[in-house]
Design a protein. Sequence first.
Length: 350
Amino acid sequence: MTYRPLGRTDLRVSALCLGTMTWGEQNTEAEGHAQLDAALDAGINFIDTAEMYAVPPRPETQGRTEEIIGTWFAARKNRDKVILATKVSGRSANSWLRDDGSPTRLMRRQIDEAVAKSLKRLRTDFIDLYQVHYPDRPVVQFGSNPMVWRTPAPAADETAIEESLDALAAHVKAGRIRHLGVSNETSWGTMKWLFAAETRGLPRIQSIQNAYSLVNRTFEVNLAEVALREDVGLLAYSPLAQGFLTGKYRNGALPPKSRKALFNRLQRYEGPQAAPAFDAYCELAAAQGLDPAQMAIAFAASRPFTTAAIIGATTMDQLATCLGSLSVRITPELEAAIDAIHLRSPNPCP
């Protein structure tokens, strides 16, 4: 395992981060604990969750993932061994995250409530990295990569980034949060957060968690320069394109208990150019004697702007496969072959 600086902090995080969004829906508490034990044994010291999890988000399971991590901390007494990241929800119509039934926004009272609840569920006094899950302003988000450019109109009730940062800074000052990050953010938004921090003397963001994979390299267009020049490294989520880059859905396959079989909400990976791209990457991996999932994760983790690639699994075998990506090297020859496929099928998925 290699370890990398988290932004401009003194923290060094593992190049693989353990994602947890299936815990409390597809995975039990015991299974979540087993994954955490295995990840820690493999050298992973970085765990990512969110107040909204488990996924798909619904009132019955909201917060359950954080609770599972919290019971693991309580049982293992190892909070000091982990760099813990969680997230506060941005603009959404979800009225069941807040006590008063309000739709979520990044205003002070909602941030205060979210921080307090996450700390309680996680059974900890502090969060190492507290991330804005998605902006308060309307944006194309959650990895969306529309083939036709569209930007939502500004909302009349947007919470200004400066206001949200003021609220978050109060928790940093109080010691409840160590560092801040953003997620599902744009180049403009990332720079706006950094400018607000610089001009107001407030904590700067240290990371950006966005979708990045072989079939969605849009981060490279503008955000990569921001990440490198501003030391706001990428936490790459969905490096397996929600399972499609494993090859398990090829030729119309629908494995039992897979996310697509259970929830049928992966349509953004089924566009007209998606299947040929998945086939090409899987065939390239086979020709190189590599597991396609391991090649995909290794690619995301190897980029100079990446701080960590976020892996997720519902079985221990899947977790072992993801961990095996540590032994895969993206050679210049392999990268050239990957780029050749990318040029034929650029960014077919969000």
